[in-house]
Design a protein around this ligand. Structure first.
Ligand code: KIV
Length: 275
């Protein structure tokens, strides 16, 4: 069944949990889509897990469009959300609408995500007015690490927690169809989930959210630069890949690969004409 922003909203009403993962290319998107994931986020985490940057701040609109297009081509049923990179919406509502539009038109995303609460309310309203669904993102917003002083859990004291609750309500009022809650205490995430009518999607925000999202390289053990506490390792694909690479290298060295079954041949008659 095709997942849309409408089905996301209905899931909350029905109490059905939503699952999302990130993806950045066609083949991974196809695999995820066939597993019946509800949504795929082409996250700006791309900068770290695919491009090797130390944070997400260097990711550009061109990067996001390029990868969103690739993911969209591999997806039939999941909702494809394109992430708006740093400085693509903070500068003005005009830039926000223009760049959200590019992710839809050029990247063929079905919705966009951007970080921030009350500070980006006007941008969200304008993007929604342009008929583009918006997923909000509050708590630990990685584009703000220079303000936060690193990748730190947010909302641990009552005043910052209250601020995050207010931000969630602002996002709902602005027309967001869902909200990512990243690295906030589980109690706070549950409180937010109860106080808004749109689904909350948690990452490091405990079990009380309406859905969950993980970066696929984290849950498959394919990325070791950072190991957040909230990640569960569902498979050691990184280890499986390294073993496969080593096996391949050894077989090439030993002349075991390729064999006849992996090779093409020509008829003896044609071969004889060569001499
Ligand atoms: O960029 C990303 O992958 C994200 C998720 C962690 C929510 O924003």
């Amino acid at each position: 069944m095709k997942n849309t922003v409408a089905t996301f909203k209905q899931s909350k009403l029905k109490g059905e949990k939503l699952s999302m993962l990130t993806a950045y290319d066609y083949s991974m998107a196809r695999l995820m889509d066939s597993s019946e994931i509800n949504g795929i986020l082409v996250g700006d985490s791309l900068g770290m897990v695919c491009l090797g940057y130390k944070d997400t701040l260097s990711v550009t609109m061109e990067d996001m469009i390029h990868h969103t297009k690739a993911v969209s081509r591999g997806v039939k049923n999941a909702l494809v959300v394109g992430d708006m990179p740093f400085m693509s919406y903070q500068t003005s509502t005009y830039d926000a609408v223009k760049n959200a539009g590019r992710l839809i038109q050029e990247g063929t995303a079905e919705a966009v995500k951007l970080e921030g609460g009350a500070s980006v309310e006007e941008q969200i309203k304008a993007i929604v007015k342009a008929q583009i669904p918006v997923m909000g993102h509050i708590g630990l917003t990685p584009q703000s690490i220079n303000i936060f002083g690193g990748f730190k859990v947010q909302g641990k004291d009552s005043s910052s927690a209250r601020q995050i609750i207010d931000d969630a309500k602002k996002l709902e009022e602005a027309g967001a169809f869902s909200i990512v809650l990243e690295c906030v205490p589980a109690e706070l995430a549950s409180r937010i989930t109860e106080s808004v009518s749109i689904p909350t999607i948690g990452i490091g925000a405990g079990p009380g959210c309406d859905g969950q999202i993980l970066v696929y390289q984290d849950m498959l053990g394919m990325f070791s630069d950072l190991k957040p506490k909230f990640v569960k390792n569902y498979a050691n694909v990184g280890e499986i890949m390294i073993n496969a690479f080593k096996n391949y290298i050894e077989e090439v060295k030993q002349g075991v690969f390729p064999q006849t079954v992996h090779s093409f041949s020509m008829s003896e008659g044609e071969l004889n004409k060569l001499y």
